[in-house]
Design a binder for this molecule. Sequence first.
Ligand code: UDX
Length: 467
Amino acid sequence: MGKSVNIAVVGSGYVGLVAAVCFAEMGHQVTCVDNDPRKVAALQGGDTLIHEEHLPELLNRYRNTKVTFTTDLGSAAENAAAIFIAVGTPQSETGDADLSYVEAVACEIARHLTSYKVIVEKSTVPVYTNEWIRRSIERNGIDRKMFDVVSNPEFLREGSAVGDFLHPDRIVVGADSERAAQVLQDIYAPLTDGSYYKQANIIPGPFSADAPPPLLLTSTKSAEIIKHASNAFLALKISFINAVSNLCEATDANVQQVAQGMGLDSRIGPRFLRPGIGYGGSCFPKDVAAFRSVADQMGVDFSLLTEVERINATQKKRFLAKVRAALWTLRGKKLGVLGLAFKGDTDDIRDSPAIEMVQMLLAEGCSVCAFDPAAVERTKAVLPESDKVSYSTDAYAAAEDADALLILTDWAEFGKLDMKKLRTALRYPIMIDGRNMFEPATVAAAGLTYYSVGRPAAHPGRAEANA
Ligand code: UDX
């Protein structure tokens, strides 16, 4: 593979840690910096900190050799040709991204700048952050010729982050200087020239040596906007199909058929057209709000984004109404809940629509027994066990003696559940599925009344109507 570049990655959260091990996998020498000494010690000692496919094997391969962990930003920065900033940009009260961590890192880097460096924004940041980073470094007395600031947004999804990093649909490099663009092109060369994919034991994915991923060179501002616009567009696609699913419910149409019919149009595409209880997670809600706020500040009317958010919030209320309609009244009802994470294959519960649903049901006087394959421990910190909240170690136990079973997260393993066994466990044979995990006729054939999103309800003993 091409030449090895010395890289510092600041922040060992989701994006930082994944980027660090993937850069090592691409042949680079990486120092991962975090200001939390406990995190650094845990990573040095073999902990992976997050639940992510392929991360343990890559960490085992490169820990303390091609990837080292430290709290010392100064020496990491001094030795690196490129410094990636991958710290958190949480949502502030106004909806803006809080950039105080980014600023603090920029100032710290400035204190250790002794030779030319490329400073790379990897965190999701609003347009103009690049300029702010540049200004704050200059304010610390550093000559403009000593550094460049580049925007290189990351598009990885939780659950498939390592695969996404090494098989990216596109690599976006926003650089306003040729020198800086070249450093980033060198870093990504193993992917863009295909040499990474020629090796044995690579992380599998769609790209190959003959068909490597593209690298798009843009201005820094365009790159910053690409990240927010992409996430906002995906959120819009989800809200759109959720609104269509509501129309399907009102007309007895089937949203699955509608989404299939729309998705076959190559201009639309089939992905991100799954209706449900709304999008969540650490990115979409925060990024849509931040993008809306950027538009507001620039005096641009982007009220479409407000509508995307409104539909997303309404989707949870509609699901609550569906539970109420199925059970008549909610107070005192015992519900089995499958899924707490914001989506399947992750233990992440940040902004999880499933947890919000549970909180809404508790506020209505229900009690809940919940199961999730990975997120129970994290959920206990938010929803402690009580006489209203309990947790089970498998799906069937969550259904035991419940008035209905609710599906709130799309874990693939839920799709394999034995319907007859669930039917036996439940007190009343009712399933309300917020993620459309099953074929309605299959559930009804097992003796359960089945409500889902945007599809007609299915009832046992009515095979023709359920087809
Ligand atoms: C997202 C983006 O996909 C990724 O490119 C970006 O870098 C970070 O944000 P992630 O938050 O990991 O990734 O999850 P994603 O798989 O995109 O799902 C986000 C939310 O949308 C989840 O709550 C999911 O359940 C929901 N979703 C997704 C739907 O409701 N319907 C869909 O069709 C797709």
